[in-house]
Design a protein around this ligand. Structure first.
Ligand SMILES: NC(=O)c1ccc[n+]([C@@H]2O[C@H](COP(=O)([O-])OP(=O)(O)OC[C@H]3O[C@@H](n4cnc5c(N)ncnc54)[C@H](O)[C@@H]3O)[C@@H](O)[C@H]2O)c1
Length: 338
């Protein structure tokens, strides 16, 4: 994508945030007074080095920003969107969680802890990420196996992350389960408890420990600095669905948790939001009929894990700096009420 920005002597110069945003979008062509360019160039430090420019008039500089690596044009976000950030992704060994870890690494995260049930599954995910992104990403990954519904797991993955990477900025609560569809009249109490245990209790524990961890590490502005917690709810957290009472109740409740916690910690600099995916092609969707995906959504296919991961990345990054307490639908319009 390329864009043309014109700023003449009568206009105010481009502000560093605007220019930084343009740099993130992709190759740009901008124009503004040369004297100010020097300042802006300094503001952008190393990132403006890729600019090529030519003088067109004495007091004006045109410069193109073909920017950084060409691979960036395949990504809808900046390779610096999460520079220096340390993140946790629960359920990171598979599906949406895996795609989120990958997106975070591509966005320059300093470190990502993958939390999942089995150490083997996490190690396979790490090998796959190294295959996709290069062996050096292994230095930015940390594995933490455990059951998120257990209190000690959340405490452990937060503390080990801080020990490993010396801070915590972002926590994505993605681990979840969906048991086979059952009418509520036949639903086993044990299945209800299991669903709530992972999808709600696990997220509550993760949010609680993550807040403590984020506040424990030194921040810039405010107590939390630019910290973010993203909860993975669902389209079924917006609309119920026959046969999914336990799952849907857990995902509705998760948004209640998100909304309350956002009010508590938003003022401390920790933004808390939720993403509500529609049907996404992951192991969780296997066994479910494709009919609903093709008929209910406005885009006639199931989503891909990375299409949710990009929304999570947006909520985790400063691009969403005025969002706190929101539920972001990524469901091609499946759920209609909001
Ligand atoms: N796939 C979809 O259609 C869809 C739609 C809406 C929401 N979601 C939500 O997205 C999230 C990710 O699901 P997915 O589709 O990527 O599924 P997935 O099965 O591919 O990934 C879920 C991951 O969570 C892990 N996990 C499950 N229970 C755990 C536990 N107790 N402790 C630690 N890890 C555990 C699994 O091992 C797995 O790696 C879930 O919260 C799910 O409810 C998925």
């Amino acid at each position: 994508m390329s864009c043309l920005v014109h700023s003449c002597d009568l206009c105010s110069p481009l502000s560093p945030p605007l220019l930084a945003t343009l740099l993130q979008i992709g190759p740009c062509l901008t124009c503004f007074p040369r004297s100010r360019f020097r300042t802006r160039r300094r503001d952008l430090s190393g990132r403006a080095r890729a600019c090529s420019f030519s003088l067109s008039r004495r007091d004006r500089v045109f410069f193109a920003l073909p920017l950084l690596d060409t691979a960036m044009s395949n990504r809808p976000f900046s390779p610096n969107a999460l520079a220096g950030k340390v993140c946790i992704v629960t359920g990171g060994a598979s599906g949406i969680g895996y795609a989120t870890v990958k997106a975070f690494l591509q966005a320059g995260a300093k470190g990502v802890t993958i939390v999942d049930l089995s150490a083997d599954a996490i190690n396979r995910a790490i090998d796959a990420l190294a295959q996709e992104l290069g062996a050096e990403v292994k230095d930015r990954l940390y594995a933490c196996a455990g059951d998120v519904s257990q209190e000690e797991t959340a405490e452990r993955y937060v503390q080990e992350t801080i020990r490993q990477f010396h801070r915590l900025d972002i926590s994505v609560q993605c681990a979840g389960i969906s048991l086979p569809s059952t009418d509520v009249a036949d639903l086993k109490v044990s299945d209800w408890d299991k669903t709530m245990g992972v999808n709600l209790r696990g997220v509550f524990l993760g949010v609680q420990q993550s807040i403590r961890g984020i506040l424990e590490t030194p921040r810039g502005d405010g107590e939390g600095g630019d910290a973010a917690i993203v909860l993975v709810s669902s389209q079924l957290g917006l609309d119920g669905y026959a046969g999914s009472a336990a799952y849907s109740a857990s995902k509705f409740a998760l948004r209640g948790l998100m909304s309350s916690v956002a009010q508590e910690v938003g003022p401390k600099g920790i933004r808390v939001n939720a993403v509500c995916p529609g049907p996404i092609e992951t192991p969780m969707l296997e066994g479910f009929s494709a009919e609903g995906h093709l008929t209910k959504g406005n885009i006639k296919r199931a989503g891909k894990p990375e299409e949710v991961a990009y929304a999570i990345l947006f909520l985790a990054s400063e691009a969403s700096s005025y969002m706190c307490g929101s539920s972001l639908k990524v469901d091609a319009g499946w759920s209609k009420w909001c």
